[in-house]
Design a protein around this ligand. Structure first.
Ligand SMILES: [Zn+2]
Length: 282
């Protein structure tokens, strides 16, 4: 059994704006990093609920093992277990605690798919690869960031983003090898999974999105709101906003009824992304 008691999805809806879903198992340990602490102080609530099961279908299960404002997901599909993103360096124990609360053995995870190489997405990748032999799937374009311990040039989109850049400064993670490098759109059937990886770029050179039917994992192409996490808004760091919005528009057109899971806060429906895009161009 993948998810034993006390896990349940009864009464949970991801379509409510800023919905408060139930927490499952013991509460996540508080995040350790300066960035996580500051972000939690800023938003009063630390992002998506965790540990929690978000989707529980016969062919697709999605759980959150997020730490503070850094979303981390476990996806089960076609008998393959995938982790999407890996939070900040120092969050290893908190992720393991969340996995334990959901009765997920870390060594049962086949792949860690990184939406990109930034410090708050790939921070524990070396730990999970080294300790549990989990294979890393990531964009080749972020090899430089990964080799440089997560250091990257980022373009703040607001005064708050400049503050967050300061809060994140100085954090470094242990570099790691990419086992399955992505440099173009990739059909996950090659790993035995019905799904696609899109080679999106934009936020970083190696940024990817992962699509399972109508469930989209979009990394930092967009984020949820600080006070209303189910309300999409411009990400803190984006160098070319026009290009970013064109890519978001194409993703919405691909499936206007999809559910989106960003790297921070959320989730939200594609219809809300369409409304966000209309506001930006209006
Ligand atoms: Zn990022």
């Amino acid at each position: 059994m993948w998810y034993a008691s006390p896990v349940t999805t009864e009464g949970y809806s991801i379509t409510q704006r800023g919905s408060a879903s139930r927490f499952l198992g013991k509460p996540a340990r508080q995040p350790k990093t300066r960035w996580s602490w500051l972000a939690c102080l800023l938003v009063a609530a630390c992002g998506i609920p965790s540990p929690a099961v978000l989707v529980d279908r016969p062919d697709l299960r999605i759980a959150s093992v997020s730490v503070g404002p850094a979303n981390v997901f476990i996806v089960d599909r076609n008998g393959v277990r995938m982790m999407i993103d890996a939070a900040n360096p120092g969050d290893e124990e908190a992720i393991e605690d969340n996995l334990a609360a959901l009765e997920i053995d870390p060594s049962s995870i086949d792949y860690l798919i990184l939406t990109h190489g930034h410090i708050d997405h790939a921070g524990t990748a070396a730990h999970f690869r080294g300790k549990y032999g989990i294979k890393i799937v990531a964009g080749v374009g972020d090899e430089g960031i990964i080799a440089d311990h997560g250091r990257a040039d980022i373009c703040p989109t607001s005064a708050l983003a400049r503050f967050i850049r300061w809060a994140m400064s100085g954090r470094r993670y242990e570099p790691f090898a990419i086992d399955i490098p992505i440099d173009a759109d990739f059909d996950l059937v090659e790993l035995g999974v019905e799904g696609q990886i899109l080679h999106l770029q934009g936020h970083t050179e190696g940024s990817i999105a992962i699509l399972f039917d109508d469930q989209y994992f979009v990394g930092d192409q967009i984020r949820g709101g600080l006070l209303r996490r189910g309300q999409p808004t411009t990400h803190f760091f984006m160098c070319d906003l026009a290009e970013n919005r064109a890519k978001l528009r194409a993703l919405v057109e691909r499936n206007p009824a999809a559910s989106w899971y960003p790297g921070h806060f959320g989730p939200f429906d594609a219809t809300y992304v369409a409304e966000y895009l209309a506001r930006q161009s209006g």
